[in-house]
Design a protein around this ligand. Structure first.
Ligand code: TMP
Length: 209
């Protein structure tokens, strides 16, 4: 059986990627595509438990390297327990964030050496990299104003960061795109939900055919 495709949705906070991921998942399933949706950090029990520790607003004392290691640990367990078995069954795996989130957030925004973040993540994922990363491009101002409007959304520890942090995240993503151009599709996510959905749908349909 052919290996499935591993597609990660990346972007800053409030970029709308999780909403669009749900819509793409529903679209693919209703068109008979074998597909799952999952997320990082999380997706399975152990990694969801790690997620609650990382994102707990009370954990203000968390060291940035501890945080980076916890993301990598959650990533490893989610990968071996869920993503790899599904890829081996030929499934399309839609994953809300993966390794480039750690490079952008822990590397470029928190300021840990990129090479070090890269190394702990290579240890965690081995040769399993996404086949495609869809980057949802929104300015931090737009992203944060969307988060503030959405009162139902959980407020997590990273939401408490100031706008400068979110600017560094996006600048980080742009650098990562420059260096790994062939692995990224970039979407202007400031457009309407319908427009963004249609663009992402076209990209993914072409990619999985
Ligand atoms: P989410 O809101 O997209 O579910 O992600 C939770 C937060 O975790 C978000 O602020 C981004 C952050 N994050 C990292 O800093 N590094 C990572 O490797 C991942 C997967 C998420």
């Amino acid at each position: 059986m052919n290996r499935g495709k591993f597609i990660a949705f990346e972007g800053g906070d409030g970029s709308g990627k999780s909403t669009i991921l749900e819509m793409i998942y529903d679209y693919l399933v209703s068109n008979g595509v074998k597909c799952i949706k999952t997320r990082e950090p999380g997706g399975i029990k152990i990694s969801e438990d790690i997620r609650s520790i990382i994102l707990d607003t009370k954990n203000t004392e968390m060291d940035r390297k501890t945080e980076a290691l916890l993301y990598a640990a959650a990533r490893r367990q989610h990968l071996v327990e869920k993503v790899i078995p599904e890829l081996n069954k030929g499934t399309i795996v839609l994953c809300d964030r993966f390794i480039y989130s750690s490079l952008a957030y822990q590397g470029y925004a928190r300021g840990i050496d990129i090479e070090e973040i890269s190394q702990i993540n290579k240890f965690a994922v081995g040769e399993y990299m996404p086949d495609l990363n869809v980057l949802f491009d929104v300015s931090p101002e737009v992203g944060l104003s969307r988060i503030n409007k959405n009162k139902d959304r959980e407020v997590n520890r990273l939401d408490l960061e100031k706008i400068d942090f979110h600017k560094k995240v996006m600048e980080g993503y742009y650098k990562l795109v420059e260096e790994n151009n062939d692995k990224f599709a970039i979407i202007n996510a400031e457009k309407s939900i319908d427009e963004v959905f249609n663009e992402v749908k076209e990209i993914i349909i072409n990619f999985i055919k």
